[in-house]
Structure formats: structure tokens, C-alpha cells
Design a protein. Sequence first.
Length: 129
Amino acid sequence: MSKWEELDIESKITQILRDVPDSAPEHHLGRAYLTAYQIAIEFSRLYPDDAAQLGFLIGGAGAGQRNSLAQYLARQLSRNIGAGKLQHIEGGFLSNQHLKDISFDTGTKTIHSSLTNTNFTLSMFRLRN
């Protein structure tokens, strides 16, 4: 059994996405997206033991690790969405075009995306409407 299944990460991420404050529920664009970084930060905050079992740092520029929690979660979400296993979650990308920096507040420190100023895009996810 994979850690994804063992720790029931799918339902935990579903709850994280469900709990995203919706400031305009009547708006035609629908729910807000969370980047993989935001999901990783919230996952680490809510489930620190699970995050520790996975063994990844949240990520970001200067983290010093090739693999990060944000990358792991994005990869698993993308795979499961592509395989039709997560029909209640949709993904998208935020382009790096004209993007200099994106920073995230973990509650104890600020991390900066390691993807800005690269050819890679930032993964984003939300519950389907």
C-alpha cells in the first residue's frame, strides 16, 4: 500500500480544498484554486505527523531538496485526476509569464516558489463546482 493510500491523503486534500474560504460563492468563475505550495503548507499544518511520515520539506527556492511535499502532492493529484480517480478535483497551471516571485507564508517562515523565472508552471487545484 502506498503512503498516499495508507495516510488517506486524498480525503485530507479534499477537505483542505473544501475549506478554502469562498469570498464570492455566486461568482460564475467558481471556487478558488490553491497552488501545490498552499496545499502542502495546509497539509503540514493540519497533519504534521503525516507530513513527517512522507519525509519531504514543503519546498520552495533554497530548500536544498530535489523533491518536496508540494511536488509530491501535485504529482499524485495530477496522476489521479488523469486516471479518472479524482473526478471531484480539477487542476490547472499558473504561467510564469511576467511573474517575478510568488511567496508563501507557512506561519513560521516565508518561502518563495522555486518555479518562478523557470520554464515550469505552478500547479493549482480546486474542487469542481
